[in-house]
Design a protein around this ligand. Structure first.
Ligand code: AVJ
Length: 319
């Protein structure tokens, strides 16, 4: 049976070849991070999260395993609303816990990707007849306002440290939207990767099995297909370095030779050694994330962390 997907936004994500060209002509070249996540990219990310070096997913899961009862009791949620749910594998832990205390529980998965919504549905459809699953296709930056209000307490979820992909302004803009949407009884659970020994961080983005490298290079296949370009991924090196000033991983593709890329518009030239930024992944301290919360109208109710303090799940309220 195929699930029922509600579409709240018909706005096709229209990133034009022209805009891409502009980004690739600049001195500091970049490709929008979202192009990492086509079907293959999403599968590769799943694989990354199982490598021994990538501690994020595993640590977040451990924290959820340990504290989901507390989180559920504290929030008293009748509905869990997850933004950018991916496969909902980790969310299942929270749902199972919530089902112990709530008879009519709703889980809303809000994602831009139909594939992700279907995966999430398949992950959860057989859990319990007490669980009402809603799938909503939309863009959580632009369509959040369109989500219906409910009278019962809702727990918003944004897991996986995806906030780390946003620069400061975008992060505050995004969190402010959620905060404005939240009612008094609502809570927000946010997963954040923390600052730690930089060798540990770097290793997580340079796994020895080479999966992150494949994941990074796949972005070129995605834009080749989307915009009819002829990048050769083999002519690039995967680079993931830690920028200490900005406290972020920066993932690049570095050209192994001088290259000319044909496009329907202007051609693109890339010099030997030139780097194209594909993703940032910010690592926060308690202080740096607190200041973002403050600027977004959010306050910390509880900080759930692992023993090594590698990762935090913040339970937040709107002020
Ligand atoms: C899924 C965005 C949280 O930034 O750690 C993993 C993506 N990139 N390895 C991250 C990613 C390279 C990941 N997020």
């Amino acid at each position: 049976m195929s699930p029922n997907i509600q579409e709240i936004s018909k706005t096709k994500d229209s990133f034009s070849l022209k805009e891409l060209n502009v980004m690739l002509k600049k001195k500091n070249k970049s490709i929008p991070t979202k192009f990492l996540y086509d079907d293959l990219g999403s599968k590769l990310f799943e694989k990354i999260s199982n490598t021994k070096e990538y501690y994020l997913t595993r640590t977040e899961e451990d924290i959820l395993n340990k504290y989901s009862t507390k989180i559920i009791n504290e929030s008293d949620a009748h509905e869990l609303l997850e933004l950018g749910s991916g496969s909902s594998k980790k969310t299942k832990l929270l749902i199972l816990e919530a089902l112990k205390v709530k008879k009519n529980l709703s889980y809303v998965s809000f994602d831009i990707s139909e594939k992700a919504l279907k995966m999430s549905y398949n992950q959860l459809k057989n859990i319990s007849s007490d669980l009402n699953i809603k799938l909503i296709k939309g863009d959580f930056i632009n369509d959040l306002e369109k989500l219906e209000q409910i009278n019962k307490p809702r727990l918003y979820l944004f897991l996986g440290s995806t906030l780390g992909n946003f620069n400061n302004d975008t992060a505050i803009k995004f969190l402010s939207k959620i905060s404005k949407k939240m009612k008094k009884a609502d809570f927000f659970l946010l997963g954040i990767d923390k600052i730690k020994n930089k060798e540990i961080i770097k290793a997580a983005y340079n796994d020895t099995a080479g999966i992150t490298e494949k994941f990074n290079k796949n972005i070129l296949n995605v834009i080749n297909k989307e915009y009819n370009l002829n990048f050769n991924p083999e002519k690039f090196d995967h680079i993931a370095e830690f920028n200490e000033d900005k406290s972020q991983i920066e993932m690049y593709l570095q050209a192994l030779s001088h290259q000319k890329i044909n496009s329907k518009q202007e051609n693109i030239e890339i010099n030997l050694g030139e780097k194209i930024l594909t993703e940032i992944s910010r690592k926060f301290s308690d202080t740096s994330i607190q200041s973002i919360f403050k600027d977004s109208g959010l306050e910390i109710v509880k900080n759930f962390s692992d023993v090594k303090k590698y990762y935090s799940l913040y339970l937040l309220k709107s002020i």
